[in-house]
Design a protein around this ligand. Structure first.
Ligand code: 13P
Length: 296
């Protein structure tokens, strides 16, 4: 069974010194493209839906696409909720087949964040799901969550330690200077903070805002404690640009399946490249075997 939650996945990745790519699908084809790409290069995959995508399609179609596409896959694949804020939506994810959820109460004061995270933690762990939670505040635009530059702030390492003592998280999203969307200017990644937080929490960390970070920066973040790298904006651009480019290159071709085919291949190329860059290629089947062994 390839439908796994990412708790064991990310601990295995961390101890192997690599990270699992987490992509936000926007439709059935992008989900299929990421699973095919993962299988082609034998990489583990985190499929993570944004709240906006759930509101657009509903929970059931997304959960059934996931089961159909990844149920028999030879590589481990998760269905994760990215930046969950609405407790009803989170509850329904737990009931309909997501394997992990993120609770993002990072815009609340720390004590309140702890309280809200606890509610989700109890609900999700009772259903056997893994959890991602955030402290500090990651800047930029992620779907309908907009955090202005002046509101973004880095995680506090004392709070990080307390948070991870309170919860046995699958992955920890501490704000470390990255931002969602394309970067305007040089990203200021706080490498020392990643190192300190990982050393004090021993919890694999999520690198949000992966689009636009160069390979060297990402490799350094992975070496210091990040085991999940999020890519969303990159996919959105390729999704639209590849579709539009096909029409520019073939202005008389009105065969929709050819346009979709070109878009599909462009998405797959992105997925393969990112999974390979983060070190996941060649690790999928072995990781699935290890997860299954640990689960008996
Ligand atoms: P990007 O916008 O940089 O792709 O980041 C996505 C992300 O972190 C989703 O949570």
């Amino acid at each position: 069974m390839a439908l796994v939650n990412f708790k064991q996945m990310l601990r295995i990745a961390r101890s192997g010194g690599y990270a699992v790519a987490a992509f936000n699908p926007v439709d059935y084809a992008s989900m299929r493209a990421m699973v095919e790409a993962a299988e082609e290069i034998d990489a583990p995959l985190i499929m993570q839906t944004s709240a906006k995508t759930i509101r657009y399609y509903g929970h059931e179609p997304l959960a059934s696409w996931y089961k159909q596409l990844a149920g028999e896959s030879p590589v481990p694949v998760t269905l994760h909720l990215d930046h969950g804020k609405d407790l009803d939506m989170i509850k329904k994810c737990i009931e309909t087949g997501w394997t992990s959820v993120m609770i993002d109460a990072s815009d609340r004061p720390f004590e309140e964040n702890l309280e809200i995270t606890k509610q989700v933690y109890d609900m999700a762990t009772a259903g056997g799901l893994a959890i991602e939670a955030e402290i500090g505040e990651i800047g930029g635009v992620e779907e309908d969550i907009i955090v202005a530059e002046e509101d973004a702030h880095l995680a506090n390492p004392d709070e990080a330690e307390r948070f991870c003592k309170e919860f046995d998280l699958g992955v920890f999203a501490a704000a470390i200077g990255t931002a969602h969307g394309y970067y305007h200017g040089e990203p200021k990644v706080a490498f020392d903070l990643i190192e300190e937080i990982y050393q004090r929490t021993q919890t694999p960390m999520a690198l949000h805002g992966g689009t636009g970070l160069d390979e060297e920066t990402i490799a350094r973040c992975i070496s210091l404690g990040c085991a999940k790298v999020n890519i969303s904006t990159n996919l959105k651009h390729i999704f639209v640009d590849s579709f539009a480019q096909y029409h520019v290159d073939h202005p008389k071709d009105y065969e929709p399946l050819k346009v979709l085919g070109a878009q599909f291949e462009a998405m797959k190329e992105l997925f393969r490249a990112k999974m390979t860059e983060f070190g996941g290629a060649g690790k999928g089947a072995a990781m699935l075997g290890e997860i299954q062994k640990q689960s008996v």
